[in-house]
Design a protein around this ligand. Structure first.
Ligand SMILES: Cc1cc2nc3c(=O)[nH]c(=O)nc-3n(C[C@H](O)[C@H](O)[C@H](O)COP(=O)(O)OP(=O)(O)OC[C@H]3O[C@@H](n4cnc5c(N)ncnc54)[C@H](O)[C@@H]3O)c2cc1C
Length: 517
């Protein structure tokens, strides 16, 4: 966690575990053994959409995923570079598993153009927006912006990855690579504008494609090596890092590609071809953020703009019917996911399009958690799916104090009101993919272990009212033999002592919590 020591390599550990599972043949498709008949459409096949689809399908719903690209995976397929995530051995392997579990994927289908969102909402029991947040931040209007070979990072990365995929597919079929990537990089001087992770991926991609030189411009100063006070745990530690891209830059061209506190002022046309970019004109910023005198001309034959994202694009909702939050993401409360103020009460949102550009793990957690809420919505309040988003511990529930506010408790709890949800642990039967109706001759203890949710599921089919579910105490009472002797009464002195102990415990816990704050 990086609180008192360097973080451990969780990624490598998890990767080793799952790869071991695949090698042993333990990871097999888990199709549901019964269907509820409810139809759910998921828009977008990124990690949020896939995670949501997998859970809802395993819960027995009929799931269709609509994707505008020609392959599934969202940014896992066309976004994250191949050297960070292999498409064939990782992404496609998972997609095949999901197909075998019975999820229907429809590619080259853009909602908002090929089919209307409203129609989907009317025709299906639930619709999920999992469209990601890849609307890029535009550069302010500067001279020469229209020149050729100035490209957006997402266009650049997508085209490069599509090209690699086509080449791999052609190779597998015995042919040779197609090489249709429109952005010629080999032998060129590349400048990447932007200081984030996407910019770093563009640096690494350009280096691997044989760029003559790569520079990365950031308006920010170099981050400190020690965790600064304004980003305490659990906030993201804003410290100096050497990303893989920068390490590769240092190793091959022999210098860190990053240039700090640089502000782009204009693009100049090339002397050989006035339609193409030839140089980036930039000025240095002072520590105060003010522009310093004079400009520098950096020669460049390819400029990649990677200045971050500003929420989901408008494709799915061209009329702007859906409500957005202050960051222009689709408005749907965390932990609930139902779109606020939408004309359709069957519409949910999860992943980057709901919370803004984030990480794969967050998208997966949201997709799974959203599936639990949808399952409950479809099955009259009852769900067999686990809650997965760490509701209370999520850093988004914490916020830094505003300027001038007391700094003693640097991180304070976000005062967000949310509905108390009854979280249910996943039943053992569901974990094992055994979504079967318990047989009548099964011993009662087995049925209790299997969890009331999976046991009661077939009976809730077709109802809209919440299913009456026995509490564990009621279950135990029901299972007790009728002739069992009543429990011996508790002596009053003993009961009073127990009560006293409970009060002391509560006071101690209260003191502990206050002292931690
Ligand atoms: C270059 C880059 C590198 C990254 N590297 C990492 C990394 O190393 N580690 C990490 O954890 N995270 C990384 N991320 C972030 C991570 O990829 C995202 O947070 C995650 O993919 C979000 O998942 P999602 O399912 O919400 O959306 P996405 O993955 O964006 O998927 C959305 C899908 O919806 C589809 N779609 C959109 N609109 C429509 C429509 N109208 N009709 C049909 N389909 C539609 C899109 O085509 C897309 O396939 C990276 C992001 C980028 C851009």
């Amino acid at each position: 966690m990086g609180i008192n020591e360097d973080p451990v390599a969780i990624k490598s550990i998890e990767l080793a575990i799952i790869e071991h599972g695949f090698t042993k043949g333990w990871i097999q498709p888990q199709p549901p053994q019964q269907r509820t008949g409810r139809r759910v459409v998921i828009i977008g096949s990124g990690p949020a959409g896939l995670a949501c689809a997998q859970q809802l399908n395993r819960a027995g719903h009929l799931v269709t995923v609509l994707e505008r690209a020609n392959r599934g995976g969202g940014l896992l397929m066309y976004g994250i570079p191949n050297m960070k995530l292999d498409k064939t051995s990782k992404v496609m392997r998972r997609m095949k598993l999901l197909e075998k579990e019975g999820i229907d994927f429809k590619y080259n289908t853009e909602v908002g153009r090929d089919v209307a969102l409203g129609d989907l909402c009317k025709q299906n029991a639930a619709v999920v927006l999992a469209t990601g947040a890849t609307k890029w931040r535009e550069m302010r209007n500067i001279e020469g912006q229209h020149l050729r070979n100035i490209v957006q990072a997402m266009d650049f990365l997508c085209e490069v990855q599509k090209d690699i995929c086509e080449a791999d597919t052609a190779h597998a079929a015995g042919g040779s690579g197609t090489g249709k990537n429109p952005y010629e990089v080999r032998g060129r001087r590349v400048i990447v504008i932007g200081g984030g992770d996407t910019a770093a991926d563009c640096v690494a991609t350009s280096l691997r494609l044989g760029a003559q030189s790569v520079l990365q411009f950031s308006r920010r100063d170099e981050a400190p090596t020690e965790r600064p006070k304004h980003t305490p745990w659990p906030c993201w530690a804003d410290t100096y890092r050497v990303d893989y891209a920068h390490a590769e830059g240092m190793a091959v061209p022999g210098r860190d590609p990053r240039e700090y506190m640089v502000l782009t002022k204009a693009f100049k046309p090339s002397a050989h071809d006035p339609e193409c970019v030839g140089a980036v004109v930039a000025c240095q910023l002072a520590k105060t953020g003010h522009e310093m005198e004079g400009v520098v001309e950096y020669p460049a034959e390819l400029v990649i703009l990677a200045m971050g994202f500003t929420g989901p694009d408008d494709a799915v909702d061209p009329q702007g019917i859906l409500r957005r939050d202050q960051h222009s993401n689709f408005l749907a409360p965390y932990g609930e996911y139902m779109c606020d103020g939408s004309p359709w009460n069957t519409l949910f949102a999860c992943g980057d399009c709901r919370r803004g550009a984030s990480l794969v793990v967050t998208a997966i957690a949201e997709g799974r958690d959203c599936a639990a809420r949808i399952d409950a919505f479809l099955m009259g309040g009852e769900t067999v799916l686990p809650r997965t988003a760490p509701l209370a511990a999520n850093p988004s529930f914490f916020q830094l104090p505003k300027r001038g506010e007391e700094q003693t408790n640097i991180v304070k709890r976000h005062q967000r009101r949310r509905q108390q949800l009854q979280s249910k642990g996943v039943s053992e039967a569901f974990e094992r993919g055994l979504l079967v109706e318990p047989k009548l001759d099964e011993p009662e203890a087995e049925m209790d272990n299997a969890g009331s949710a999976s046991g009661s599921r077939p009976h809730t089919f077709g109802t809209s009212a919440p299913a009456a579910v026995a509490t564990p105490q009621q279950n135990t009472a029901a299972a007790a033999p009728p002739q069992a002797a009543p429990a011996a009464p508790v002596p009053p002195l003993f009961a009073a002592a127990l009560g006293g102990l409970a009060v002391v415990n509560l006071v101690l816990v209260g003191l502990l919590v206050r002292s931690r704050r």
